[in-house]
Design a protein around this ligand. Structure first.
Ligand code: GLC
Length: 581
């Protein structure tokens, strides 16, 4: 009998703990027609571990460094952390070239540090999402060492090989290769191997069931440690058409179409779900998700049982700066995706990550006059759209692009290899360096800015990448003291989102569609309506919503001392959240 009571208690507890936290917080709000899930309500904060906090003075961020900042992370109010890869790696692509999936990279610490980090996060109510890099491994992974050693090795089929006697393999493009060629000749077995990324990142052969089994096992190893999800790195490329057809002319205009979503991709994801995901209550994120909202839905339609959040690139693949692309077209991207996901599926909302320049440098205005106000406006956008916010470390301070003048200052394999390719072709290197100031991935990878001490308090040694010189003014310590700082504004925003189901589950409607300066939208849930008004320009901008605002109250304004929106005008980069009771 005692047993049965205990069992009942256990199930009651399980039921209670899997109920959504937001729904629990807001017991008074009944969330009708909304399939509530913790991963829809979570605010995700991305940590680039190399650059976050160094604990041992070797110039590279590490797990102990993150542990020492857990209280800072808790103070942000965020619910989950996506950690870029921390597995053993020769770091050709900063951890995206894994040589052992079950070990921690030495630069970052040891498994004991990982266990402590996870424990410390869970004690503070923060979940951990790991990066899963399994489209490719490192060429220094034991599987590849075996695979390349002979044509008869049992690991040969773990990768894609093309025997040289068949002639040159059909051209495939590599985004990181010095010659843009994804097939690399390997003399040891007189064959070519495939690498969509750098030569040190050979693509795994997902057609081989043994590869899939090994990877599912490895995923369970981490999930059984208690992690809360995976971000599937570049997984849209995992399935290849192994009949290797010639690419049609103009393929480079839509690379994803020819490289992404291969013939068996969704079979693999469904198998992965059956074998792994379905056994845990986790967040699973599709990095890249085809080339249209319809493609993206295929990854996260709950009926298909694959992943749960689509992280598409249309909203960041807009060229160098939003002003060149245009706000009207930009609003259309979000509106199209939202419309396709109105009834099912779930999206992420992000403006930056470790592969993109800084949010404020690309979408806002990073001049001293507008850096802070436009950072706040962009954060307002990320926190009030429909979709799970993925917010990149440092953006809560308004960190800006580094803009290196010399190629020797860069670390990123992509920036460096493209430079070499251009050099070999006799291209315009000066123009290239100017372009990298706006586009290079290193712009967002510079060390985190904690304080005004040497190297921004990131390391006592020599940082692996130079610190942005603006750290004397842009840093945590300075912003903690200022109630109007970008940092404190971000904290307020996070609380507003977390306590307001309308901002999580409410319908989204674009307003004043053709307005070239203002992004205005409503969010509505169960009769409650909120409005978000964002001026993306450096001038006063008017809007026309066709809605009387006199019955609304202001929830948040990024300008201090605002009591009412009296006319239909916003100040430069102003952001306002309104609610109608
Ligand atoms: C993803 C990662 C990127 C990495 C690439 C190859 O796009 O975000 O940083 O270089 O995959 O793994």
């Amino acid at each position: 009998m005692k047993h049965i009571i205990n069992l009942c208690l256990f199930f009651a507890l399980m039921l209670f703990s899997s109920e959504s936290t937001l729904a629990q917080n807001k017991k008074t709000t009944i969330i009708k027609n909304a399939d509530t899930k913790w991963w829809k309500e979570a605010v995700v904060y991305q940590i680039y571990p190399r650059s976050f906090k160094d604990s041992d003075g070797d110039g590279v961020g590490d797990l102990k460094g993150i542990i020492s900042k857990l209280d800072y992370l808790k103070s942000l109010g965020i619910d989950a952390i996506w950690l870029n890869p921390i597995y053993t790696s020769p770091n050709d692509d900063n951890g995206y070239d894994v040589s052992n999936y079950r070990q921690i990279m030495k630069d970052f610490g040891a498994m004991e540090d990982f266990d402590l980090l996870l424990k410390g996060m869970h004690e503070r109510g923060i979940k951990l999402i790991m990066d899963l890099v399994v489209n490719h491994s490192s060429d220094e992974h034991e599987w590849f060492k075996q695979s390349r050693s002979s044509r008869n090795n049992p690991y040969r089929n773990y990768y894609h090989w093309w025997p040289a006697e068949k002639g040159k393999p059909p051209y495939r493009w590599s985004c990181f290769d010095v010659n843009s060629d994804a097939w690399k000749y390997d003399a040891q077995t007189d064959s070519y191997y495939l690498h969509y990324f750098s030569q040190k990142q050979p693509d795994l052969n997902w057609e081989n069931p043994k590869v899939r089994e090994e990877i599912y096992d490895m995923m369970k190893f981490w999930l059984d440690k208690g992690i809360d999800g995976f971000r599937m790195d570049a997984f849209q490329f995992a399935s290849k058409d192994t009949t290797w057809p010639e690419l049609p002319k103009g393929y480079e205009k839509n690379v994803i179409k020819y490289y992404g979503v291969g013939p068996h991709l969704h079979d693999y994801l469904q198998e992965m779900n059956r074998e792994v995901f379905s056994k845990y209550d986790i967040m699973t994120v599709a990095e890249g998700a085809g080339s249209s909202p319809e493609d993206a839905m295929q990854f996260v339609d709950p009926d298909r049982k694959e992943l749960n959040i689509a992280y598409h690139f249309e909203s960041v693949d807009i060229g160098k700066h939003l002003k060149d692309f245009g706000l009207v077209k930009y609003k259309d991207i979000f509106s199209r995706y939202d419309n396709a996901f109105k009834d099912k599926g779930w999206l992420s909302i992000f403006l930056a990550n470790h592969d993109q320049p800084r949010m404020v440098s690309k979408f806002g205005n990073d001049t001293p006059k507008f850096r802070a106000i436009s950072s706040k406006m962009l954060s307002t956008f990320v926190m009030t759209m429909r979709g799970t916010p993925f917010y990149y470390n440092g953006d809560e301070l308004g960190m800006v692009n580094i803009r290196f003048d010399n190629i020797s200052d860069y670390n990123d394999v992509q920036t460096k290899n493209k430079y070499l390719e251009l050099k070999n072709k006799g291209g315009d290197l000066k123009a290239y360096i100017e372009e990298q100031k706006q586009t290079s991935r290193d712009n967002s990878r510079t060390p985190f800015q904690w304080d005004t001490t040497q190297n921004s308090g990131f390391t006592s040694g020599t940082p692996w990448l130079k610190v942005n010189p603006d750290y004397k003014t842009v840093n945590v310590i300075a912003q903690e003291k200022d109630p109007n700082s970008v940092l404190n504004y971000f904290r307020r925003l996070v609380q507003i989102r977390k306590n307001e189901p309308t901002l999580v589950y409410g319908n989204y409607t674009l307003l004043d569609k053709e307005n070239p300066d203002v992004f205005a939208y409503s969010r509505e849930l169960n009769g409650k309506k909120m409005l978000v008004l964002l001026n993306f320009s450096a001038k006063m901008a008017s809007f026309n919503l066709g809605i009387a605002l006199n019955k609304s109250t202001i929830v948040l304004d990024n300008y201090p001392n605002t009591s009412k929106i009296t006319n239909s005008t916003l100040r430069p980069y102003e952001a306002v959240i309104l609610e109608f009771k």
